[in-house]
Design a protein around this ligand. Structure first.
Ligand SMILES: Cc1cc2nc3c(=O)[nH]c(=O)nc-3n(C[C@H](O)[C@H](O)[C@H](O)COP(=O)(O)OP(=O)(O)OC[C@H]3O[C@@H](n4cnc5c(N)ncnc54)[C@H](O)[C@@H]3O)c2cc1C
Length: 389
């Protein structure tokens, strides 16, 4: 048994670290203090993503992506997750569901998205449908060989910079026909209702969209009619691992900042790390990070080895749940070690404290992950979690 990370993967990770430190970190304060980045800066950032080779790390080279394995993606996402303000999202990941498109959809949507000529956003959530997507009211009514899309979508991350949306709708209003549609944003009948502000300052926005009888050809169905959940499930696995890796990076950065500060900050004539209360907090951070890293790397590696799809779903939930809650605990302690400075917006730990809160909510809340894990245990016993295989 050899758990050594291959040298090329370590080099990739070091490259991602350099990209985060030299391209993303310098933009953090401007984004935080102004709430957004100027368009010219966003354009430069986009070019830097391509120049450093971090666009579409989740897609095959023949589609314009970087062709990284899941394990390699995890290493990159860990490093990018150290950046605050959601700047990791600048390195776009076109939805994995696009791989299941027709040859024309791959040509017109996936390939240009990987190359940065187009950008997608995923729209499932609605006012009345969050954890329970069967409550989706957005409908696609079939008439005369076309679909007419009507409804509203909330929290559409990167909806401001996307030029098309992947919309989850029920065909003819039937919850048994959940279906994904490729919806170009400039079609008549699409409008932005609101761009709400959130706890974090994120590099892009999360607008709400309204669709009024938007006419779509049959060629805009992604996958098959009724197949929306299967495709979304694949997306969830990838997104959950990505969130876990981002959380790991966030926790490591917070711990590094706190550890350095604890060594330098003197009170009562000694560095504060010499107080056991502080030393123990740093020890707890290190142990939790070590545990999270072990489970994230293991599951990413197992997926690359062809782990059974059901086990992949079961374990991706566990990884997302553990890593997002771990990051919450670690960043909270890091902030405490920093005292008043940890509460200042110029401090990355303060920003991480707000940034990572959403990781316990999006792509399935912590409660939904626990419900998935509980369901798996009822069906399969504790094996998927306590056995090694
Ligand atoms: C910043 C941000 C960005 C987002 N980006 C996107 C995006 O790009 N695309 C998109 O489609 N969505 C997006 N979302 C939506 C996100 O996925 C939902 O917020 C999330 O799934 C939870 O849904 P909800 O907010 O409606 O909460 P609800 O589902 O109403 O849940 C409220 C509370 O009830 C609990 N709860 C619900 N059901 C159960 C249950 N069965 N058992 C136990 N507890 C339960 C939840 O855990 C939670 O604590 C985003 C959200 C945020 C905040």
């Amino acid at each position: 048994m050899d758990l050594t990370i291959p040298k090329p993967d370590l080099e990739l990770k070091a490259r991602a670290r350099r990209f985060a430190e030299t391209v993303l970190f310098p933009l953090e304060e401007e984004l935080e203090l102004n709430g957004h980045l100027p368009d010219a800066t966003k354009a430069k950032l986009k070019q830097a993503v391509v120049d450093h080779g971090f666009n579409a790390i989740n897609h095959a080279r023949e589609h314009g992506g970087q062709g990284l394995s899941i394990f390699q993606q995890t290493l990159v996402n860990e490093e990018l997750g150290k950046a605050t303000g959601g700047l990791w999202a600048a390195a776009w990941h076109p939805a994995v569901a696009l791989k299941h498109g027709t040859a024309e959809q791959i040509r017109d949507y996936l390939v240009p998205s990987c190359q940065g000529r187009r950008r997608s956003a995923f729209a499932i959530t609605e006012e009345g449908a969050g954890s329970d997507p069967r409550r989706v009211r957005t409908r696609a009514d079939r008439r005369d060989g076309r679909y007419y899309l009507s409804g509203e979508k909330w929290f559409v991350t990167s909806g401001d910079v996307a030029d098309y949306l992947i919309v989850h709708a029920h065909v003819d209003g039937d919850p048994d026909k959940p279906t994904l549609f490729l919806v170009d944003k400039d079609l008549p009948g699409i409008s932005v209702k609101r761009i709400p502000k959130f706890m974090h300052n994120y590099v892009f926005e999360h607008p709400e969209f309204v669709f009024e009888n938007v006419a779509l050809g049959e060629d805009k169905v992604l996958g098959r009619v009724g197949g929306g959940f299967e495709l979304t499930k694949d997306w969830f696995v990838e997104a959950r691992l990505q969130i876990a890796a981002n959380c790991l990076g966030a926790a490591i950065r917070a711990a590094e900042v706190a550890n350095k500060y604890a060594a330098e900050r003197v009170q009562f004539d000694r560095p504060i790390r010499d107080f056991q209360a502080i030393e123990f907090m740093i020890a707890d951070m290190a142990v939790e990070i070590m545990a999270a890293k072990s489970v994230i790397y293991r599951v990413a590696w197992e997926i690359d080895q062809g782990l059974d799809r059901k086990l992949v779903h079961a374990r991706a939930s566990a990884v997302k749940l553990y890593a997002s809650e771990m990051a919450g605990r670690v960043v909270d302690r890091a902030l405490q070690v920093l005292g008043g400075r940890g509460y200042m917006r110029e401090n990355p730990v303060e920003r991480l404290y707000r940034d990572i809160r959403v990781d316990r909510i999006w792509e399935g809340t912590s409660e939904i992950q626990r419900a998935i894990i509980g369901g798996q245990i009822k069906k399969r016993g504790l094996g998927p979690y306590v056995d090694w295989a």
